[in-house]
Write a protein that binds this ligand. Structure first.
Ligand SMILES: Cc1cc2nc3c(=O)[nH]c(=O)nc-3n(C[C@H](O)[C@H](O)[C@H](O)COP(=O)(O)O)c2cc1C
Length: 402
């Protein structure tokens, strides 16, 4: 089983998710003076929030991470732009940019990605997402229904792959048409970005089965992850695809001893509860159409008298972050030794790409790099596309490549 480690960059603020934590790293926190000594974080200042993200990216690279996940939310920095800004400040780090087919035409995505790949040595990865909330989709102008968004995404990727692999591509689908376009000349030397996706609805799984190199998940109990992996593998097989791989996004609180790690988890938890974070989570939950994970269902039966230790769903797997609204919701909490053991446990059930991060991201990139990643030296696989035939095009209307 191969294994690779990426981290996650906080594109919508370092500490807005950590109520009560004074270590803000930019202008995303609410209230209180900035702790930034060199900048007021005004537009045009010489140290901006993007510079802070750049520090994390460099720390991640120095500490041996292979890449960084850039999350896309309307309330955050636009990830593809940030990837472009940071790519030339780093040498080897790969950047996973999330975007929705709704945000681009297939051709713009292809041309933009080809340019990026040529400039960075093929260090771009795509995370194709389709919206976790109808309300937010509508805010940004997308009035299509959930399942239709995935239908559109399948065509979008058919057309992207068609343009990428043909100089003269024709397509006549429900959402897209193409009449003769395609990458030509030097642009053809670029590699199509690896494709990640996420989402646990049936249409999301089907999209992954057809088009994804990596299916990404938020962490939950290992048996639930194993079941999801089995389901996606089975769906991918229908398209003759055996090479789909799996990624897990999980925070980490790792310390020299179990007690020190638990004390840090308790600090986050108590501060979150004291600032009313749970009520904010409940208010936001109404916006979401995405499936609730089973541990999130269990939150309904909990209340604020519960201790932080009641949120362990498996040894070292803690959902207290989710309860106080810190995404992705689950964290590995424990001694370095136990965190390594849990990573191996998830690896053994089929996860080969881990997105590990902690708060503050800069310091925790060093901690993870110094205490966790060295345990996997010599086992790291890097990422590349498995050699699978492209799945047949989706549209029944006779699209063709030439
Ligand atoms: C690792 C990971 C990263 C994700 N990144 C984003 C993101 O950047 N932006 C976003 O809107 N949704 C993101 N999602 C959410 C999913 O893409 C998806 O929208 C959500 O799970 C709901 O899909 P569904 O309703 O089809 O199940 C991410 C999910 C995972 C597991």
């Amino acid at each position: 089983m191969s294994i690779e480690f990426f981290t996650r960059l906080p594109l919508h603020g370092e500490t807005q998710f950590l109520p009560g934590d004074p270590r803000n790293r930019g202008d995303w926190h609410r209230g209180g003076p900035s702790t930034g000594a060199v900048s007021g974080f005004n537009v045009g200042d010489h140290f901006t929030y993007i510079d802070y993200l750049g520090q994390i990216a460099r720390a991640a690279e120095i500490n041996g991470f292979g890449g960084a996940l850039m999350v896309n939310a309307p309330s955050g920095e636009e990830p593809w732009t940030v990837c472009s800004l940071l790519a030339r400040e780093t040498r080897t780090l790969k950047y996973v940019t999330a975007f929705q087919p709704y945000h681009y035409t297939p051709w713009v995505a292809v041309q933009q990605a080809a340019t990026y790949q040529r400039a960075t040595g093929n260090r771009l990865i795509w995370n194709i997402i389709n919206g976790g909330s109808d309300a937010i989709q509508r805010q940004v102008g997308d009035f299509s229904e959930h399942d239709e968004r995935y239908e559109r995404a399948i065509e979008f990727m058919d057309v992207v792959k068609g343009y990428w692999n043909n100089e003269t591509f024709h397509y006549d689908g429900k959402f897209y048409k193409a009449d003769g376009g395609g990458l030509r000349g030097p642009q053809k030397k670029a590699e199509l970005p690896l494709i990640c996706t996420a989402g646990s609805s049936i249409p999301a799984r089907e999209f992954a089965a057809r088009h994804a190199d990596f299916y990404l998940m938020r962490a939950e109990h290992p048996t639930e992850i194993a079941a999801l992996i089995a389901d996606i593998r089975e769906r991918a097989l229908k398209y003759g695809r055996t090479g789909i791989r799996f990624g897990l996004s999980i925070d980490v609180i790792t310390r020299e001893t179990e007690e020190l790690a638990l004390a840090e988890a308790k600090r986050f938890f108590d501060e979150g509860i004291a600032r009313g974070a749970v009520k904010a989570v409940a208010a936001h939950a109404g916006l979401r159409t995405a499936r609730k994970l089973s541990y999130e269902h269990d939150f309904a039966g909990k209340n604020e008298t519960q201790g932080f230790e009641d949120f362990f769903i498996h040894p070292n797997v803690w959902t207290g972050f989710g309860y106080i609204g810190i995404p992705p919701g689950c964290a590995l909490v424990g001694s370095h030794e136990n965190v390594v053991a849990r990573i191996r446990e998830y690896n053994a059930i089929g996860i080969d790409l881990f997105f590990l991060a902690g708060y503050p991201h800069l310091e925790e990139a060093y901690r993870l790099g110094e205490h966790i990643l060295p345990h996997f030296r010599g086992e790291r696989s890097g990422l590349s596309r498995t050699n699978e035939p492209l799945p047949a095009l989706h549209s029944a209307n006779g699209p063709s490549g030439a």
